[in-house]
Design a protein around this ligand. Structure first.
Ligand code: F1P
Length: 624
């Protein structure tokens, strides 16, 4: 993309806010105009597009349609919630702060509660934070989408976590204001106000909260939100729901939704800790200052664009060859690696082995509720050495993720082991300016690596800095795994084609996508989707009369459901034929273009093809 094209693209920063832009969709499901043709962009351009999307998190309100992260109303609510947490910190008897969510939201609940319980431990205080993730701890590192649809499970897990407690501040996170699991928990809180004070974190305005009936319940997510709005006036419930703009890959709330969740929760809990333990009053100024530190963090990746696109290119190459990308992390950055890797499965239809994360110390470092999760969830560096390293070669990419506060000699040792098998070794590490500790070892590690992204921070290491390192790492990893899958051809325009249809939100998203790409009516698209889910060319009454939960349950074991349905819709062919076509042309974006353009369009401007592009004929990702 040329400079002027990019400037023009940036002017569409606010386009999604127009009431006419995809009006039937909530912000969290809209497609982002900035990434409309990310599927045809070069790696450098992908990096810039993702950064531009991230920067929308901090757009000014400026008379806009939606409130923002730093809008007065949002900051005020953050202060009120921080004061509630402060009260619990000062008198923690029989009290608890519970953070809960599904998928990425639950993973961030885990990350944040771990960090702040650790901070309490360092102050000799007992822990007051607890996390819940739909589907239990295995959902920390794998996709467990079905429990997200279960409000009763949500209620039960909250009751269980709070047994014997007299005062609970419940923070439910659902980026799309949509997960029935969280709606059930909020409803429980509203029914028991003597114990629970509910807080909702999400990134849609309240009128866009999901209003579909929840089987077996008299409430919808939206009706719960409306009840909370009523109570918010008397501070008996709190809503924190700024808009951060549509995701770079439509609906992929692990990206901005996850980052903004992390920012909001950390701002609230940090303010509460400062108030309770260092007599620092909770002020608007203090909250804004912390937010601005995060805003600055977003600038860091921009300063490393070149290194970042080289990493993305390397990861893309490995995935294109059907090889692996492995993250080897230390401390909380290791957790972020585990999380980012595991999210590739549901987000891109990736294989479990495609992108994997490992953390130094394994479960001992993690200290999750359920402890070690068994042989299907091996996460330590030792596991990597035994199970993965022996099969690696130069086509597999390995990324070291660490900071200067980690055991750098351990990093060096592991780097040497990896180098024996692959030269495709890279590093991302954070250090503070002027710190010369372990410089020799750092240099040795750099020499072992094909590329190293050294991120130098100005201030001395502190709690805030650790959180900034984490945010920066999350942005890097999200960009890396997203970009690599874009390069692999997994995305069409800015839509994930091969999404799993394993809960009602994803089922509705899949039907909508089929409508958009085929131009067929909704009923026809749902029919095609069901045929692909049940692997039949004719639907039986038993299938059509079943509810969505039966469909999503069946879809758990199916692959390529949406691509198959789309090929059938576009060509009118049978499922077997569609399967064959996808086998011959697995890069779905190319498959889709074939139907529309018919052949390789070599007349496209070079700017659209990217600098490193060479046309390879029909399967070419860029030209077709
Ligand atoms: C929760 C979630 C996402 C995941 C996927 C399915 O969404 O599990 O984390 O990436 O899109 O839904 P939400 O409740 O936070 O909106």
């Amino acid at each position: 993309m040329s400079g002027s094209e990019w400037t023009c693209r940036l002017s569409s920063m606010h386009e999604w806010e127009s009431p006419y832009y995809e009006p039937s969709l909530p912000v969290s499901e809209k497609s982002n105009p900035l990434t409309r043709d990310i599927d045809r962009a070069s790696s450098g351009c992908i990096v810039r597009m993702l950064q531009a999307c991230d920067s929308q998190m901090f757009l000014e309100e400026a008379g806009a349609t939606y409130q923002r992260l730093m809008s007065d109303g949002v900051v005020e609510t953050l202060m009120e919630v921080a004061k509630k947490v402060e009260l619990i910190l000062k008198d923690p008897r029989d009290s608890l702060v519970v953070l809960s969510g599904c998928g990425t939201s639950g993973r961030l609940a885990f990350l944040v509660t771990s960090a702040f319980n650790r901070a309490l431990k360092e102050l000799n205080q007992s822990p007051v934070y607890s996390y819940i993730i739909a589907g239990g701890d295995k959902a920390l590192f794998s996709s467990q989408e079905a429990p997200e649809d279960d409000p009763k499970l949500g209620m039960l897990s909250l009751k269980e976590a709070c047994e014997g407690k007299k005062r609970v501040l419940f923070i439910g996170i659902s980026c799309g204001l949509s997960a029935p699991f969280v709606a059930g928990q909020l409803d429980l809180c509203l029914q028991n106000p003597q114990v629970y004070t509910p807080v909702l974190v999400g990134f849609n305005p309240t009128h866009q909260a999901r209003d579909e009936p929840i089987p077996g319940c008299s409430f919808t997510f939206r009706s719960v939100v409306q009840r909370m709005e009523g109570l918010a006036k008397s501070q008996k419930a709190f809503l924190i729901n700024p808009a951060v703009g549509p995701e770079a890959i439509s609906g992929s709330s692990r990206m901005k939704g996850g980052s903004a969740t992390k920012i909001l929760l950390e701002v609230v809990l940090s303010a509460a800790h400062a108030a309770a333990f260092t007599h620092t009053p909770i002020t608007q100024q203090g909250i804004l200052q912390h937010m601005r530190a995060y805003e600055k963090t977003l600038e860091i990746p921009c300063a490393h664009n070149e290194g970042m696109s080289a990493l993305l290119e390397a990861a893309g190459k490995s995935l294109q060859r059907g090889r692996r990308v492995c993250y080897l992390g230390w401390g909380s950055l290791g957790v972020l690696g585990l999380v980012d890797a595991s999210e590739c499965v549901p987000t891109f239809g990736a294989d479990y082995e495609d992108v994997r994360g490992f953390i130094s110390g394994g479960y001992n470092e993690l200290k999750n509720n359920e402890g070690p999760l068994g042989p299907d969830f091996r996460i330590s560096h030792e596991d990597f050495l035994h199970l993965v390293l022996p099969s690696l070669d130069d086509h597999d990419m390995v990324l070291l993720i660490y900071t200067q506060t980690d055991d750098v000699s351990d990093v060096e040792k592991l780097a040497r082991r990896v180098r024996e098998k692959t030269s495709n070794l890279h590093a991302v590490y954070h250090r503070v300016d002027g710190d010369t500790a372990a410089t020799v070892q750092q240099d040795d590690i750099n020499k072992l690596c094909l590329s190293s992204l050294r991120i130098t921070w100005p201030s001395p290491a502190s709690g805030l800095l650790q959180m900034q390192w984490e945010l920066c790492t999350k942005l890097f990893l999200n960009a890396l795994s997203t970009g690599a899958h874009v390069l692999k051809g997994k995305i069409y325009q800015n839509h994930m084609m091969d999404l799993q249809v394993t809960n009602s939100k994803l089922y509705c998203r899949a039907t909508r996508l089929l409508q958009k790409l085929s131009g067929c009516p909704e009923s026809k698209c749902e029919e095609a989707l069901l045929k692909a889910v049940y692997k039949v060319d004719n639907l039986t009454v038993e299938i059509t009369s079943s509810d969505i939960s039966t469909h999503t349950h069946t879809a758990r074991t199916r692959t390529k459901v949406v691509p198959l349905a789309l090929v059938c819709l576009l060509t009118g062919c049978s499922l077997a034929e569609a399967e064959l076509r996808l086998e011959q042309q697995p890069i779905f974006s190319a498959q889709y273009r074939l139907f529309h353009i018919g052949q390789c369009d070599v007349s496209q401007p070079q700017s659209l093809r990217g600098p490193t592009h060479t046309c390879t004929g029909l399967v070419c990702r860029v030209c077709i």
